[in-house]
Design a binder for this molecule. Sequence first.
Ligand SMILES: [Cu+2]
Length: 434
Amino acid sequence: MKLDKFPRRINRRDFLKLAGSGLLAAGGIGVAHRLASGLLLPDLIASAQGEEPDLVFAATDGWIYLPPLPTPSPYHPDDLSPDPSLFTTYMFGFRNVTGMTEEQILNQKMKAQHSAPMFWINEGQQFRLELRNLGLQMRPDLTDAHTVHFHGFKNAIPFFDGEPSSSVSVPMNRAFTYIYRPHDPGTYMFHCHVEDVEHVQMGMTGLVFVRPAQDGNTSLYPSGKYVFNDGDGSTGYDREFGMHLSEMWVDSHWADSHIQLPEWSDYKPDFSMINGRVYPDTVAPNGQGFDANGDLIAPDGFPYLQYQPISSLVQCNEGERVLLRFTNLGFMQASMTIDGIQMRVVGKDATFLRNGGADISYLTNTVVIGAGESFDVIFTAPTHSGGSGPDTYLLYNRNFTMSHSIGDFGVGKQMTEIRVHPAGSLPTQTAPNT
Ligand SMILES: [Cu+2]
């Protein structure tokens, strides 16, 4: 929330920032990214000109739902909520506005979601992500810029890294296009890097992954889907599920909506979430796209999850290999456990666990995930018991002090379910988390 407009001395870093933001201001939406990237990266600009972005994100504020706390708190639910029957918690976040009209995009102010839209890129593919800053409806006094920073990218180009002290950020009512050509398959996460303790906690985080060049080769594994270029099918899988871990400390969210400053050293999360929800909402269905105004359509039967559209429910047939892509952009360590199923960790921080020719993947029932870490984990679904309906296993953070339970078993916790069906019950998966 600080903005030092007049640095006493102009150093190289400041010059880069000023040059970049000047171009953003001069160029306006649509052409700014061409000018800005052309200045520094003429090789990329040649191929970028005239081409539309693959993905357009809007950055803004919004409201989400979290269940009651076991101990009443003046900060939860937030008394400024536009609809206290549906939404409890103020947040900042992203929305996917790709393909929307200008009017639809502008309608999305104060309609951010958490966690941010999940997306993926193919290895070696040039990919353009346009970020538009719509501003903060609840806080017109805050003129914060936003960025998209791919956390954990090896050899990121600083200009497109979204780290605002060495590059540009996107001011209100401006747009900027990031250009990537990823070389390292695996699971990453992204977040806004402006005032990042605040903006990350406020909800500007999501999961992104890179598909390997080996994808489509059905001779190594029948599905033709792999985590890495393993050469032997060992990371082949049938279904994949992103599991983005985050936290919410409601005091700080109340403070942001009420023009107060939280004391970040008092950080104590009230909720630990998977894909922006707590149990049992984690197993509710995905959202249903957007309506004629561009607004999100809530999951069927869950109107209060309108801005938390990503389901964490894992469904699979017995015998299938299931990939869980874990990322953690909370500030606490998570110990994700499955009772009764062993997980094989094949990747860590988008790195294939193979040391030269040696297989250093390992079996475990608990994956300990530090803040900012990612894990690629494959399990084989156990044989179905033969009972009626699917067999259910729990996937949860075994650090039970991390989040509250408010009555019924597991309610409010960082937990979801794995439902294993008899062979042949479910059709082929067409998209992650479905
Ligand atoms: Cu931000």
